[in-house]
Design a protein around this ligand. Structure first.
Ligand SMILES: Nc1ncnc2c1ncn2[C@@H]1O[C@H](COP(=O)(O)OP(=O)(O)OP(=O)(O)O)[C@@H](O)[C@H]1O
Ligand SMILES: [Mg+2]
Length: 332
């Protein structure tokens, strides 16, 4: 199991949104994913629309087995949730000399059951974040494209050096507003300072905040949105970067059955935010998109198909019909 801390000392930069949508995307690709919330705000459970009976508090303070405290959030996607009780855990944990290693040790007990764990950190130098950084081999840093972003990443590097664990594997610019010239300048600055680590930006997209407010992933809420496309691309990047492969052979997949050849890959271009995302889907996405021979059950028009992050979505352009399924099936 690869353990990845999703962290930034700055608040509200898209850590939880990234954890949910990268985690869900990896699960849709057939990987077995564990999401871990170490933030007492408990946003991960809310964003996934689940109500956990047990949380990380019980693992760290009561010594319960991780396996007993998990919630099955989606197929291939489990959650070790947090809530406000986690604030009480911190003073209790630090009475123990091994407090910093409790989370890492707990996660090791379920390591054989998952391909990857993503830990959603809080925006602070808390005991819980320290435990998360010690538990993680890899660090993913979502960062807003703004003036103080570079300073925030430098602080995080200092913290990682002090902890002596975890390597920053990628920096994900979030809430990128392509209409603002300053955003392009700041992105260039970020890419110049951290060449090779900075991924394609996640554009600002109201669908992402709607999705988490409704307890849905972006692929469930609006798979054709630019938020879904941006996160689907990040999922592909992260799985290649970390060498993540499903450990069990997946059932035969025929993602393009009945379709014309997929559109050729095009160089990436940002849609100005004033344009509707659905206006030019085929031109924007390198993912499989096209018209199928299957008629819509509602209006008999041919269904459209998109394949992203391991998810096959068939939808109708004329009515509101939409069907989603895992390309590689459910593994558990
Ligand atoms: N690309 C985006 N476009 C528009 N809104 C976004 C985007 N990414 C995140 N948001 C919204 O911004 C807000 C903050 O995002 P999120 O909760 O993921 O940040 P965070 O870093 O986890 O915050 P915290 O530090 O409080 O844990 C949320 O309302 C979320 O829905
Ligand atoms: Mg958060």
């Amino acid at each position: 199991m690869r353990t990845v801390a999703v962290t930034n000392l700055k608040g509200g930069v898209g850590k939880t949104t990234t954890t949910v949508n990268v985690g869900a995307g990896l699960a849709l690709k057939g990987l077995r994913v564990l999401l871990v919330d170490v933030d007492a705000q408990g946003n991960l459970a809310t964003a996934l629309g689940v109500l956990p009976l047990r949380t990380l508090y019980e693992v760290l303070v009561d010594g319960k087995a991780v396996a007993q405290c998990l919630v099955r959030a989606r197929p291939n996607l489990d959650l070790l949730a947090a809530d406000a009780t986690l604030m009480n855990a911190q003073p209790l944990m630090t009475q123990r000399p091994d407090w910093a290693y409790l989370l890492g040790r707990a996660l090791k007990t379920v390591a054989s059951q998952y391909d990857v764990a993503l830990i959603d950190c809080s925006a602070s130098l808390s005991v819980m974040n320290m435990g998360a950084l010690l538990a993680a081999q890899d660090v993913l840093v979502p960062t807003a494209v703004e003036h103080l972003a570079l300073r925030g990443i430098e602080l995080l590097q200092e913290q990682l050096a002090r902890v002596g664990s975890g390597t920053i594997r990628c920096i994900v610019p979030t809430m990128f507003d392509s209409r603002q010239r300053q955003a392009h300048e700041l992105l260039l600055q970020l890419q110049g300072r951290y060449a090779g680590l900075v991924t394609e930006p996640i554009r600002v997209n109201v669908r992402l905040s709607e999705a988490s407010a409704q307890g849905r992933t972006i692929y469930e809420h609006d798979p054709r949105s630019r938020g879904a496309l941006d996160y689907a691309q990040l999922v592909e990047h992260v799985s290649t970067l970390l060498g993540l492969q499903p450990t069990v052979a997946a059932p035969a997949a025929t993602p393009n059955a009945g379709l014309a050849d997929p559109a050729p890959q095009r160089p990436r271009k940002y849609i100005p935010d004033s344009e509707p995302a659905a206006a030019k889907p085929a031109a924007e996405t390198p993912l499989f998109h096209g018209t199928t021979h299957e008629p819509c059950p509602g209006c008999r028009q041919p269904l459209q198909q998109a394949v992203m992050a391991g998810y096959r979505i068939r939808y109708c352009d004329h009515c509101h019909y939409k069907r989603q399924e895992l390309v590689q099936g459910v593994r558990r």
